[in-house]
Write a protein that binds this ligand. Structure first.
Ligand SMILES: *[C@@H]1O[C@H](CO)[C@@H](O)[C@H](O)[C@H]1NC(C)=O
Ligand SMILES: *[C@@H]1O[C@H](CO)[C@@H](O)[C@H](O)[C@H]1NC(C)=O
Ligand SMILES: *[C@@H]1O[C@H](CO)[C@@H](O)[C@H](O)[C@H]1NC(C)=O
Ligand SMILES: *[C@@H]1O[C@H](CO)[C@@H](O)[C@H](O)[C@H]1NC(C)=O
Ligand SMILES: *[C@@H]1O[C@H](CO)[C@@H](O)[C@H](O)[C@H]1NC(C)=O
Ligand SMILES: *[C@@H]1O[C@H](CO)[C@@H](O)[C@H](O)[C@H]1NC(C)=O
Length: 197
């Protein structure tokens, strides 16, 4: 029963992907995501995709070594003349299919802490960019701490490692909305660095 349900869900996920938007089709070389932190325990640790639900993965705190399972790519678009933000992607591998999955945030109305998750396809996403030095960021287009409209936002790096709960209790990457401190007391500030494979 369970395996039938799972197979059905995966078939659904894959069928959704066949109608996937091809806008984000310029794929980077693969890279690892490595943490930079003042906390020596996690400084230099890798992020890896961890099971949060059927075909859904979070970004879990891993060990201080590279692992084939944690290779990501950055999908941008050829349809803009300038380098753009793009999708953080990871390939889900099943028995008889591979499907590219894009990262999106799972928001919680009761919190300022969002959980990055990979879902098959690109019907939804939160775009990220990388500095020349490979620091993962998100571009702010409007700074609402100033009188609006104000387009002076720039790249933000509001990444944390927190104990989160979507499908399971894990230490995962998280994003904090706004300038304030994360309300989840387990969160610790990190930077996320792209390291080419
Ligand atoms: C990323 O780009 C590759 C190569 O064009 C494509 O096969 C894949 O479906 C894209 N992934 C997403 C999530 O759009
Ligand atoms: C974190 O790791 C980097 C690279 O190994 C090192 O240069 C840096 O000093 C470390 N920082 C701390 C606080 O341990
Ligand atoms: C360092 O990180 C570990 C693992 O997340 C955590 O258990 C520990 O409390 C952290 N230490 C500090 C000083 O934040
Ligand atoms: C999925 O990708 C892996 C690695 O590129 C490849 O070995 C495998 O044959 C692919 N599977 C399918 C069903 O395309
Ligand atoms: C993304 O980052 C690159 C530098 O790595 C920069 O050239 C580009 O302008 C950034 N994209 C946007 C939309 O700001
Ligand atoms: C945004 O706000 C800052 C600080 O108030 C101001 O200096 C800047 O000119 C504003 N930019 C725009 C585009 O409104």
């Amino acid at each position: 029963m369970r395996s039938t349900l799972l197979a059905g869900l995966l078939a659904f996920a894959v069928s959704k992907v066949t109608s996937q938007d091809t806008y984000w089709s310029v794929q980077s070389k693969p890279f690892f995501l490595v943490l930079k932190s003042h906390n020596q325990t996690i400084n230099g640790s890798y992020l890896y995709p961890c099971h949060e639900g059927a075909a859904i993965e979070g970004l879990c705190l891993g060990e201080k070594r590279a692992d084939d399972y944690g290779q990501f790519t950055h999908n941008t678009s050829a349809q803009t003349p300038l380098p753009t933000s793009g999708l953080l992607t990871w390939e889900l591998r099943g028995f008889n299919f591979n499907v590219s999955s894009a990262m999106r945030f799972q928001y919680n109305d009761a919190s300022n802490v969002a959980i990055p998750l990979f879902f098959p396809g690109n019907s939804d996403y939160n775009a990220v960019n990388f500095t020349e030095a490979g620091v993962m960021n998100i571009l702010s287009y409007q700074d609402d701490t100033k009188p609006l409209p104000n387009y002076s936002g720039g790249p933000l790096c509001r990444w944390y490692i927190c104990t989160t709960y979507y499908g399971y209790l894990y230490q995962t990457l998280a994003w904090v909305m706004g300038e304030g401190k994360p309300q989840n007391p387990t969160c610790q500030k990190v930077e996320v660095i792209r390291q080419w494979v």
